[in-house]
Design a protein around this ligand. Structure first.
Ligand SMILES: [Zn+2]
Length: 161
């Protein structure tokens, strides 16, 4: 019982990546398989596109592990419907439960998911609509604030008589 109340998402226990990318847990089987040319192409793509770089960092940091249960399984993108941004990579089991669960481990995960820990910003790509997810609550801008204020203006007294 206490274990469940105290449960922390697995990603809270993972060491933060170091500034210099070092050999990962599977060193010798990953990057080394790339040809020098392919590795150079990858570096260029990542340098040109901050979002691709952020995604590559997230994938590398998670290392195939679910951010909640730590199991090495096929992972899916989990995103925040309010922002349209990725939270992290989850196994399909955790992803299914996460959306509805009020268990502490899932609440904690939503409060501080991998993208928050690593300070990454990655839009969620919806493979069914072939577009990025839109935030369900659009950000407040100066223009939208003014529009909201304009709607609040009460008609002058002579207009209502
Ligand atoms: Zn999981």
């Amino acid at each position: 019982m206490n274990d469940r109340a105290e449960a922390r998402p697995a990603c809270w226990k993972w060491p933060l990546p170091t500034a210099e990318p070092g050999p990962g847990p599977e060193a010798g089987t990953g990057q080394d398989d790339l040809t020098a040319e392919a590795a150079e192409d990858l570096r260029e793509i990542l340098a040109d596109d901050p979002e691709e770089r952020d995604r590559a960092l997230l994938v590398a940091w998670q290392g195939g592990r679910c951010a909640i249960c730590n199991r090495r399984r096929e992972l899916v993108d989990d995103h925040d419907h309010a922002t349209g941004l990725l939270r992290g990579l989850l196994c399909s089991s955790c992803n299914t439960i996460e959306g509805r669960s009020t268990q502490p481990i899932f609440v904690r995960y939503r409060e501080r998911p991998p993208t928050a820990i690593l300070q990454l910003r990655i839009r969620y790509w919806n493979m069914y609509t072939l577009s990025y997810a839109e935030p369900s609550t659009p950000p407040i801008t100066a223009a939208s604030a003014q529009e909201a204020l304009d709607r609040l203006v009460i008609p002058a007294a002579d207009e209502t008589v």
